[in-house]
Design a protein around this ligand. Sequence first.
Ligand code: NI
Length: 235
Amino acid sequence: MSTFESRTMSEQSMASQVAAVVQGRQVSEFGEFAPEARRGRVLRVTQVGEEVLHRRCADVGPELVGSAELAGLVDDMFRTMYAAEGVGLAANQVGVDLRLFVYDCPDDEGVRHVGHVVNPVLDERDLDVAVEVESEGCLSVPGPHADLGRAEHATVRGVDRDGQPVVVSGSGFFARCLQHESDHTVGRVYVDRLSKRERKRVLKRVEEMREQVLERRVERAEELVQELGGAEEGL
Ligand code: NI
């Protein structure tokens, strides 16, 4: 999911006591970037219309859980998400047909949530109550945003890269992120939830904005080499 500039974030006391909520657990210290990003490489972000974004991804099987391959993918996804200045990224957005996502996203109280979820399952009980309409965007739909209703609270259950159970909950903007990323893992892009007319408007804006957005990502990837080390690749 992408950030939106118009958003205002309320500063609350919890933000000063908790540096971040990592894998669903509060921690008192956390750096500017998730440590995974130092090890990762920037991969190309797939775009709306590419087949891998529009079908349910494969579950991550037991042969991959705990593997260097899966850990490396999480590293690459964090690095790619930061290069694209996003707050969430699913594996099919880097062309990998697996059900997992990463996130580094604030909630409406200014608390930062960071982590990854493998084989995420969204708790459906939250979805029909307290819908909030807010602006939403996606790294695979580069440029525009659109208003979209989402449940105010969301919980996702899954495992981490080593197979340990993880439960991630949040409200407001972070709840939106959890719903948006869970959608990706089952082949749904946020524009699929828009009216036909609004979807058309958004996709037209992509054509106008894409080039500039992608140029910005290349620049940001280069800056990250200074900030994090490593080398930019894959763009
Ligand atoms: Ni997205």
